[in-house]
Design a protein around this ligand. Structure first.
Ligand code: AMP
Ligand code: MG
Length: 406
């Protein structure tokens, strides 16, 4: 294998080493914050909850007075938002609802199902310990705790946490602008008729556009670009003026790359990589003015896999996100799997659980042109670069499809 082959890990490391994350920030309202990347850590400005409160509907009392032989007098009510005013007198209790503030001098709540009530008196039917059914001030978040780190991509849970601290605005990094186009004379826009048997529909741009939507970037869709030097050069020039990154598919394989290579040589610095992965060997990466360029292979599965495995971590890094490696699990091969040493395979597979173990197998055709195999799959079988054929029962690494593919 020639030296010009890059392992997947080296390709990722090279890209991350060269790319500086965006710096510009903006404040957005919480309702616009989903999937944005935090520009700064968030520290709690208060305790949550802000006061001791009841976790149950029941009676607030002193645990030491909860004796089934001695009734307690109900002296008032505490509702969420409407506390009991004053201190709990001796030998008494307060009717309390979930979320209501604990009365002063009470230290436990007995569930309403565990008392017998007669008029203004209750008898405890179960033992009560100090602190039972009480949510203490600060048990969720402590004032000054760092609750979210810079580089965190905000999920619904994070947004809820920020709201629970009373924050309605959050400072995030700006969204990425991604220019996208497809390249090839054979391509036709979906919705238009095919005029000759040698034409095919441009599926890649729609797959890639949808994957980019999951990453919450602004997409500048430049459409279909013919195999024409001038058209390609115009597309690149338009894209590099406004985008942080340009993503194209096709036109980077041996024999095809010359056009692109020529243009790239005049506009920027581009390397044509052979990544030791299957599918997805041909891949172009480099700089065009202020923009980065990723030229993906044209075969639909190869375009999708390189977008998921190579471009995704790069985009997350460029967006300022702290990138974590994808979740990988160990499974056993249900049947023998064909594999040749030399490239890391991302075979399309299905995994399921049987007898407490994960099992996985390839699905459909493993051709890089057959998109239906991805539609049937729920994971990649990630087969190490130097590994050969795999026997039934052997342990293999699987990567459940992430949010870009589900
Ligand atoms: P290329 O990289 O240009 O040699 O293309 C490799 C294969 O991918 C060829 O069979 C192309 O027809 C196909 N292909 C290229 N672009 C697309 C696209 N946008 N959608 C679907 N198939 C494509
Ligand atoms: Mg082509």
């Amino acid at each position: 294998m020639s030296d010009s082959w890059l392992s997947v890990a080296d390709a990722l490391a090279t890209m991350q080493g060269q790319i500086q994350p965006v710096q510009e920030t903006e404040e957005v309202h919480l309702q616009d914050a989903l999937d944005r990347v935090l520009a700064e850590p968030v520290c709690a400005n208060m305790d949550v909850p802000g006061y001791d409160n009841s976790a149950m509907d029941g009676y607030a009392l002193r645990a030491a007075e909860a004796d089934s032989d001695k009734p307690l007098t109900v002296v008032g009510t505490a509702l969420a938002g409407h506390p009991f005013n004053g201190e709990l007198p001796a030998q008494s209790c307060v009717r309390i609802m979930t979320g209501a503030q604990m009365p002063v001098a009470s230290d436990a709540v007995i569930m309403q199902e565990q008392v017998q009530r007669e008029g203004d008196l209750i008898r405890c039917q179960a033992p009560v310990g100090t602190g039972d059914n009480v949510r203490l001030k600060g048990c969720d978040i402590r004032q000054n705790d760092m609750i979210l780190q810079q580089g965190q991509r905000l999920t619904p849970t994070h947004i809820g946490l920020l709201a629970s601290l009373g924050m309605d605005q959050v400072r995030v990094l700006r969204r990425l602008r991604v220019a996208l186009f497809s390249n090839g004379d054979e391509l036709v826009l979906p919705g238009e008729p095919l005029h000759s048997p040698s034409q095919i529909y441009d599926s890649n741009r729609f797959t890639l556009h949808a994957m980019l939507q999951r990453l919450n970037v602004d997409v500048l869709d430049l459409g279909l670009i013919a195999d024409d030097r001038e058209a390609l050069e115009n597309a690149f020039q338009q894209a590099m003026r406004s985008a942080d990154i340009i993503i194209s598919s096709a036109g980077v394989s041996v024999g095809e790359a010359d056009y692109t290579k020529d243009i790239m040589a005049s506009l920027g610095q581009i390397g044509f990589w052979k990544i030791a992965m299957k599918p997805g060997k041909p891949f172009a990466f480099g700089r065009l003015g202020q923009a980065w360029f990723c030229g993906l292979p044209g075969n639909p599965v190869a375009a999708l896999v390189t977008m998921d495995q190579i471009v995704q971590p790069m985009l997350r890094h460029l967006a300022g996100e702290s990138v974590t490696p994808p979740v990988q699990l160990q499974a056993r091969a249900t049947s023998p799997i064909k594999k040749r040493p030399g490239r890391m395979d991302f075979q399309r597979g299905r995994f399921s659980q049987r007898d407490g173990e994960l099992w996985a197998e390839p699905v459909g055709s493993q051709s890089s042109a057959v998109l239906t195999s991805v539609a049937q799959a729920n994971c990649f079988l990630v087969l190490e670069q130097e590994r050969g054929p795999i026997a039934a029962g052997e342990s293999i690494t699987i990567q459940p499809f992430d949010c870009l593919l589900t």
